[in-house]
Design a protein around this ligand. Structure first.
Ligand code: NAD
Ligand code: UDP
Length: 314
């Protein structure tokens, strides 16, 4: 009998969409989550499904399960959330990843680690290619997340080399869409909620810093293609949308999509905020046949519809 697929962080933004896709494909799914940033409402529609199970558990503690594949997404992703308890964030990406890799080793399960563009820090190479080693401040406020994810990558490489665990590393660039926590402090959720409430749009710094925004459906297609890819030597793969925008451009796009009267307000730039970020996705194109399809305006429209629903409920 085929064992279930484990999704850690399965009640979060990306994890809950992944659970949906896996259930749609006919798999049995275990969603494991500590509910630190995850929300029950993200998976409420799956509860009671005969092939879906939820376990409340923190990956910093070991767990024994029989599973066939593991998507390790457990880790807060918003800077506000991951800096709330930085030591816990480090433990999640180190002790937690050791625990989940140990589980993969025991079960012979293929393991995908959700890594991040943050491993490139404030990049000196632009757009970022997978062979760039990054420019991370190991002592700064973002290091609990960036350095944790870098250790997690090293753990995956070493569990593969020393124990033959089949590991996959996805470097996720800023991704957005429905189910992103409206209060999580990330730029898309902040701007849309502010625009819908008619509050000022808070741009940190002068707004010239860039990010490249990938819609959740595109991201998941890339993530699942990477998990299904059979080359154990592929190494890390960037998955993101290569269309780069300044935060000022993003604010203007959100104001347009929401038809809001909100004005732009500038706030101090957080320390070590990367000045630019854009993926080179040649490796994903060549090896996975993947590229993003959803344009920013179309993705924002779907996300705004979701947030309007959230506001109507509150
Ligand atoms: P999210 O905060 O919505 O989801 C993370 C989930 O992990 C939450 O449900 C949370 O409760 C759970 N979690 C956190 N610590 C845990 C622990 N110790 N044990 C068990 N569960 C725990 O964030 P997301 O945007 O869905 O991100 C998912 C993954 O993708 C994260 O690993 C994140 O680092 C990575 N990532 C996301 C983005 C993005 O733009 N969304 C970009 C780069 C990387
Ligand atoms: N940002 C902003 N206003 C906000 C929230 C974020 O201008 O209300 C900026 C932030 O300084 C950064 C960019 O938007 O330059 C992306 O921030 P986010 O927290 O979404 O992700 P990350 O910095 O991890 O890419």
């Amino acid at each position: 009998m085929q064992h279930p697929i484990l999704v850690t962080g399965g009640a979060g933004f990306l994890g809950s969409h992944l659970c949906d896709r896996l259930i749609e494909q006919g798999h049995e799914v275990i969603c494991l989550d500590s509910f630190f940033t995850g929300r029950r409402e993200n998976i409420a529609h799956l509860v009671g499904h005969p092939r879906f199970e939820v376990i409340r558990h923190d990956i910093v503690l070991p767990i024994t399960l029989d599973v066939s594949r593991i998507y390790n997404l457990a880790c807060p992703a918003s800077p506000v959330a991951y800096q709330h308890n930085p030591i816990k964030t480090i433990k999640t990406s180190t002790v937690g990843v050791v625990n989940v890799l140990g589980l993969a080793k025991r079960c012979g399960a293929r393991f995908l680690q959700a890594s991040t563009s943050e491993v490139y820090g404030d990049p000196e190479v632009h757009p970022q290619t997978e062979d760039y080693w990054g420019n991370v401040n190991p002592l700064g406020p973002r290091s609990c997340y960036d350095e944790g994810k870098r250790v997690a990558e090293s753990l995956c490489v070493n569990y593969a080399n020393s124990h033959g665990v089949e590991t996959r590393l996805i470097r996720i660039f800023n991704t957005y869409g429905p189910r992103m926590d409206p209060n999580d402090g990330r730029v898309i959720s902040n701007f849309i909620m502010q625009a819908l409430r008619g509050e000022p749009i808070t741009i940190y710094g002068d707004g010239s810093q860039t990010r490249s925004f990938c819609y959740v459906d595109d991201l998941l297609a890339g993530m699942m293609a990477l998990m299904d890819h059979d080359d154990n030597e592929l190494g890390p793969v960037n998955i993101g949308n290569p269309v780069e925008r300044t935060m000022l451009e993003l604010a203007e796009a959100v104001i347009e999509v929401t038809a809001s009267n909100s004005k732009i307000e500038h706030h101090p730039l957080p320390k070590d905020d990367p000045t630019r970020r854009c993926p080179n996705i040649d490796k994903a194109k060549a090896n996975l046949g993947w590229e993003p399809k959803v344009e920013l305006t179309a993705g924002l429209e779907k996300t705004v519809t979701y947030y309007r629903g959230q506001l109507a409920k509150s």
